[in-house]
Design a protein around this ligand. Structure first.
Ligand SMILES: NC(=O)c1ccc[n+]([C@@H]2O[C@H](COP(=O)([O-])OP(=O)(O)OC[C@H]3O[C@@H](n4cnc5c(N)ncnc54)[C@H](O)[C@@H]3O)[C@@H](O)[C@H]2O)c1
Ligand SMILES: [Zn+2]
Length: 365
């Protein structure tokens, strides 16, 4: 078991990571709130079907009763209308300012339920219980919440820190391979931005064997959470420091948008974004060729990625309209060595275009 603290001006809390933790989730929740809290588990059918009984049994065992609310499955329901429907249901079920929500699912559930908790009756408690790699090592930690607008992702949202994050690594056993791998690219990202020993681990491990290797999964998730916890604790609201977490995301987001969010899973787009960013870092002379190669090889050896077939010009235009762009200049998070990144402004357009173009030429093996 690992316990990692997150300390922000808004709130301090723990991320608890353990295989089989769901069975003891009730105890943790009771420790946090006592017996009298009105609890509402919000989840999606796929997660409820596989893991709902375990969570509810453990809450019951701890003397807590909880009601379950379902939201529909998928990124396309990460919308304000879902928030509104859930809020109506909560009200009908008698949820008052003393209620707490348990966000039980992947990043979509975490973002929607976190947002709902931050605005329902001007703010109630939320506990994150993430069940995907992506959510366990990234989305559930740090307090960013939000939903999409028709015109773009995560355009409305809040910062609302959870009371705790309960990570049961056992839940990952039912994830489809592709989802599992996509989340792991974010762990590679953590390696590059600040955990060189984690990066080294990815250079050695085989992703197929990783699925069954619990000690390594625990290490990989814990080290990634530790890194995110450090960054968020130093910079809750995304000043310059928190921006290092966007390594691979500048071009990654543009690839997702250009392909209408249908072609890549988020982590897969980030994987391509990391390759492009390392190539850019090499071109502008920030990173030596050997390290750039290591990053590219490590990303590629995790398994096949959906091919990139985009017009570099389109991606370039999207970069310039990214909400994180300031003064029209695209800022890139670029590695200067494995384990260290910098925010670099004013990368020449030619280099960016070339790096995007290169992605089209990669052949994954
Ligand atoms: N708030 C943040 O800081 C932050 C950070 C990163 C990503 N995000 C957001 O997270 C979302 C992506 O999260 P995600 O990748 O977890 O996607 P997701 O929530 O859509 O989950 C992926 C799929 O896996 C299913 N699933 C979840 N747990 C499962 C389990 N244990 N077994 C089997 N199936 C399971 C889900 O039902 C879904 O079909 C995006 O909306 C992204 O914007 C937020
Ligand atoms: Zn990401």
């Amino acid at each position: 078991m690992r316990r990692i603290s997150v300390t922000t001006p808004q709130r301090s809390y723990e991320v608890v990571i353990e295989h089989g933790l769901l069975e003891r989730a009730g105890e943790y929740v009771r420790e946090l709130f006592g017996e009298r809290k009105h609890l509402f588990v919000v989840t999606v059918p796929a997660v409820r079907r596989r893991w709902g009984k375990k969570l509810l049994a453990s809450l019951k065992h701890a003397g807590l009763s909880a009601k379950v609310l379902e939201m529909p499955e998928g990124e396309r329901y990460k919308r304000l209308s879902t928030l509104e429907n859930l809020a109506e249901k909560l009200l009908a079920l008698g949820a008052d300012r003393d209620a707490a929500l348990l966000a039980f699912g992947g990043g979509v559930v975490g973002d929607v339920v976190g947002f709902l908790a931050s605005v329902y009756m001007r703010g109630i408690d939320v506990v994150q219980i993430p069940t995907t790699v992506q959510a366990q090592l990234d989305a559930a930690v740090g307090g960013k919440t939000g939903v999409n607008l028709r015109t773009g992702k995560n355009l409305i949202g809040t910062f609302h820190q959870p009371r705790a994050v309960l990570v049961d690594l056992a839940t990952l056993s039912t994830l489809p391979d592709r989802e599992f791998r996509a989340g792991m690219y974010e762990a590679v990202k953590c390696g590059v931005i600040g955990r060189p020993e984690l990066f080294d681990e990815f250079e050695r491990l085989e992703i197929k064997k990783l699925r069954k290797n619990l000690p390594v999964i625990e290490r990989v998730i814990s080290q990634s959470v530790e890194l995110k916890a450090e960054v968020v604790s130093a910079d809750e609201r995304e000043g310059d420091l928190r921006r290092v977490l966007n390594f691979g995301h500048t071009i990654g987001h543009a690839l997702e948008a250009e392909t209408k969010y249908r072609h890549f899973l988020h982590g897969e787009a980030v994987a391509w974004g990391m390759i492009a960013a390392s190539n850019i870092a090499r071109e502008v002379g920030k990173l030596d060729s050997a390290s750039a190669e290591r990053i590219n090889d490590t990303v590629m050896r995790l398994g096949s990625l959906p091919k990139v077939a985009v017009r570099s010009q389109n991606i370039f235009k999207l970069l310039q309209s990214d909400k994180k762009t300031r003064d029209g200049a695209v800022h890139f998070v670029l590695p200067s060595q494995i384990g260290k990144v910098e925010v670099v402004k004013n990368v020449p357009s030619k280099i960016v275009l070339h790096a995007i173009q290169q992605l089209n030429d990669y052949v994954a093996d």
